[in-house]
Design a protein around this ligand. Structure first.
Ligand code: TA6
Length: 278
C-alpha cells in the first residue's frame, strides 16, 4: 500500500494485498478501482473523467452527501449536484493491514466553505475494507447542537459485459421513475433494456445483480432506498462520459433518499454496503 500523486497533484492510496487491488483518491474519498484476485475490475470508470479535481470523478464510487440530486431549494442556487462531499479533499486518518484485507479510514469535517453551502457542523468518517469483498461504510456524526437531516448515496458504478447481461433482484416493487417523473410499480426482476433512472423505495437488505462476468451481492445497511441508473445514449451529451461505454456500466446505489435520515445533536448514522461475489 502506498500513497501516490498524479500530474495534477491529487493523492491516491494504491492498495495491493493477497485478496485484491484498489485505488482510493483523497479527493472525494473516492474509490476509483477495485479488483479481486482472478476477477474483472468491479468498478466502471469513464476514460474521459476529470482527473484534476475540477469536478468529481465519473465512475467508481462517488459519495453523494448531504443531498442527493439537486440541492434542496431552501439552500439556494448554484450548489453542486449530489452534495459537496465528492468534490472536497478528505483527510487520511489511517491505513491498516490485516488478514482480511486493507482498511482505509478517511474523514471530512465542516469548514467555512461547507457551512456556507449547508449550515450544519458535522464529521464524516469513511471506512473502506479492500479484501475478498469491498466493504464501505459512511458515518455521519452530528457535531452540532441541533438535529439535521441528510440524504446520501454510495453511487457505485459497476463494470458489466453488456447491458443485456444485467438483471437486478431485490429492488422491491415500488419506484419513482426520474425519467417520467412518476411513481411506478415493477413486477419481478429488473432487466436493463433502456435508459433507466429509478429510486426504489422498499429494497431488500440484499440486492443482487448479474454483470455478465459475475453475480454481485450488495448487503446494505442504514439505507432506505436503492437507485439504478444507466443514461443509455444520453451519455453522448455528457462531456466526461465516454460516449459508447454506457453499454458496459450500470449504477446500483445504496441510498438515503425520500424523507432522508434525521440525526439528533451528538448522534450518528452509518450507511454501508458489503459488495461480494456470489
Ligand atoms: O443516481 C442517478 C443520478 O442521480 C442520475 O439522475 C444522474 O444524473 C446521475 O446520478 C449522475 O449524476 P452526476 O451529478 O454525477 O452527473
Amino acid at each position: 500500500t502506498q500513497l501516490a500523486t498524479n500530474e495534477s497533484g491529487l493523492s491516491y492510496i494504491l492498495i495491493k494485498n493477497q485478496h485484491a487491488e484498489a485505488a482510493i483518491a483523497l479527493f472525494g474519498a473516492h474509490v476509483l478501482h477495485y479488483q479481486a484476485k482472478d476477477k474483472q475490475p468491479l468498478l466502471w470508470m469513464s476514460h474521459t473523467s476529470a482527473q484534476d479535481g475540477s469536478k468529481p470523478f465519473r465512475g467508481g464510487v462517488p459519495i453523494c452527501w448531504p443531498w442527493f440530486g439537486p440541492a434542496p431549494a431552501e439552500l439556494g442556487t448554484g450548489l453542486p449536484a449530489h452534495g459537496f462531499a465528492r468534490g472536497l479533499i478528505w483527510q487520511l486518518e489511517g491505513v491498516s493491514e490485516t488478514d482480511e484485507g486493507t482498511f482505509v479510514h478517511l474523514s471530512l469535517n465542516d469548514t467555512a466553505e461547507t457551512l456556507a453551502m449547508w449550515p450544519h457542523p458535522f464529521r464524516l468518517e469513511f471506512e473502506v475494507r479492500v479484501g475478498a469483498t469491498l466493504t464501505m461504510s459512511l458515518t455521519t456524526e452530528n457535531t452540532s447542537d441541533k438535529e439535521f437531516r441528510v440524504f446520501e448515496a454510495l453511487h457505485t458504478y459497476f463494470n458489466t459485459k453488456g447491458t443485456e447481461f444485467v438483471t437486478v433482484k431485490g429492488l422491491g416493487d415500488s419506484f419513482y421513475d426520474k425519467l417520467t417523473k412518476s411513481d411506478s410499480v415493477q413486477d419481478g426482476d429488473f432487466h436493463l433494456i433502456a435508459a433507466v433512472d429509478r429510486v426504489y423505495s422498499k429494497p431488500a437488505k440484499v440486492v443482487t445483480f448479474t454483470t455478465g462476468y459475475d453475480t454481485i451481492e450488495l448487503d446494505n445497511g442504514g439505507e432506505n432506498s436503492a437507485v439504478v441508473w444507466n443514461p443509455w445514449t444520453a451519455a453522448e451529451n455528457m462531456a466526461d462520459f465516454d460516449s459508447d461505454r454506457w453499454q458496459t456500466m450500470v449504477c446500483v446505489e445504496t441510498c438515503v433518499t425520500g424523507e432522508g435520515q434525521t440525526i439528533a445533536a451528538g448522534e450518528e448514522h452509518t450507511l454501508s454496503t458489503v459488495i461480494s461475489y456470489q
